[in-house]
Structure formats: C-alpha cells, structure tokens
Design a protein around this ligand. Structure first.
Ligand SMILES: *Cc1c(COP(=O)(O)O)cnc(C)c1O
Length: 234
C-alpha cells in the first residue's frame, strides 16, 4: 500500500494536471483533510511538505493541534459549527470554511483575540437545493456576506461548497460553476473585500472543481486512505 508521502505526490500531480488543462498553473492550494487521522499521520504529511490541514470535529482537532504545536501548521476548520464551540474554533484555527449563519460569524468575531490576525472565513453555500441541509441558500448569501464583511474579527475570503454526492459530472460541474458565479457576484457587491477563495473539490471531484475555478481543494481519502465512520462525540 502506498504511504502518505506517495499519496501526496500523486494528489499534487493530479492537481497540477488539472491546472494545466485549464490554464490555471499554480492557482490551487491543497488542504489536507486530516479528520480521524492520528497526529503521527499529520506529522508524516508535514514531513512530505504539507502545511495546511483541515479538521471537522472540534475536540479531536484541539487534541491534535496541541500534540503538533512544535510544527508550523495552518489549521482550517471545515465541519459543522455548534455555537458552544465557536470560542475554541476562534482560538485554535486560522481559517473557517463552514460559516453559514450570522450568529456563528458574530460569535467567532467577538471571540477572536483582537491582538491576532483576523480569522479567515469562507461562507458555506448550499449549492444543491433541498438535497443538502448545511450552507446558506444562494438567495440569502449577499445579505449574510455583507454583514460578515463588517465584522472586525473576521476576514471574509470567499465561498465553500459540498455538493450532494452524484456520479453525474455535468451536475457536479454545474454546482461548482454556481459557486464561482456567486463569488464573482459578491466581488461586485463588496469591492473592498479580499474575496480570493473558492474552497471546492474533494478526493473524488477535485479536477472538476479546479476546471470551474477552485483555488483550495480539500482532500482527505486520497492522501490518508479510507476513514472509518466517525463515532466520537463532539
Ligand atoms: C471529509 C471532508 C473532505 C475530504 O473528503 P475526501 O473525500 O476524503 O477527500 C472535504 N471537505 C469536507 C467539508 C469534509 O468533511
């Protein structure tokens, strides 16, 4: 079985190939999704040159971040956010991709230490209509984005989506294209905001997402192997 370093090389090669295909060389960052992985596996990925990691479960992430605090890692929170976890997220992470409500954004902003850089935030958009529960509806996005852009502890960087699983590549591409269009629209509405991030694409669909303009892909399985179902409580 290939190890983490080999998997990372293969994923990087796939990203580079997808970038070349659409003339976007060097435009895509790899976020290694390390949920359910051990600190040892994250360390192995770091030794192979990976610095940015994504986590879904707050308590698991806090333990891992503490165990790895000798390394210069950049942590991204990408999971559902409960309001009683915002303080931990605001303290331990550099990025949050999964903000979809103003109340959560306000708490993250208020709880971010003002002496530190603002917390980088992407708004999660529900691009699949009724088939998905998380994410702000496209129609409600402008109002949410305008409010989040005003919060002093946050830096609104862009949008994130998790389309419904489907083997239909045309459908998936249309979901990614929708997110890219929504970001272009927000750039017109909020000309001063640093809206440079489209977080979309995972192990199974990152090439499609890159073709539609992704600049962060979130990849777990293709780097760390298949996960067991998550059973820990948050
Ligand atoms: C788990 C997860 C990923 C990675 O998924 P893989 O299919 O393992 O690459 C990406 N984004 C989010 C939000 C996730 O929860």
């Amino acid at each position: 079985m290939p190890g983490i370093a080999e998997n990372l090389s293969a994923v990087r090669a796939d990203i580079a190939a997808a970038e070349r295909k659409c003339g976007r060389e060097g435009m895509v960052r790899l976020l290694a999704v390390s949920k359910t992985c051990s600190p040892g596996q994250v360390r192995e990925a770091f030794m192979a040159g990976q610095c940015e990691f994504g986590e879904n479960y707050v308590q698991e992430a806090l333990d891992k971040i503490a165990a790895l605090d000798d390394l210069p890692l950049v942590w991204h929170f990408i999971g559902p956010i409960q309001s009683n976890k915002t303080r931990s997220i605001a303290e331990a992470f550099a990025w949050v991709h999964s903000v979809d409500r103003l109340k959560i954004a306000e708490r993250l902003s208020a709880q971010r230490d003002p002496a530190r850089d603002a917390l980088n935030v992407c708004l999660q958009v529900n691009v699949s209509g009724e088939e998905s529960k998380s994410g702000v509806a496209p129609a409600d996005l402008p109002t949410l984005a305008e409010a989040v852009a005003r919060l002093p502890g946050l830096k609104l960087r862009g949008l994130m989506c998790i389309p419904e699983p489907t083997p239909d590549e045309m459908l998936l591409r249309s979901r990614f294209r929708l997110l890219a269009g929504l970001l272009a629209d927000l750039r017109r509405r909020l000309p001063g905001a640093p809206l440079d991030t489209l977080s979309m694409g995972m192990s199974g669909d990152m090439s499609l997402a890159i073709a539609e303009g992704a600049n962060i892909v979130r990849v777990g399985t293709a780097i760390f192997g298949a996960r067991a179902a998550h059973s820990a409580t948050q």
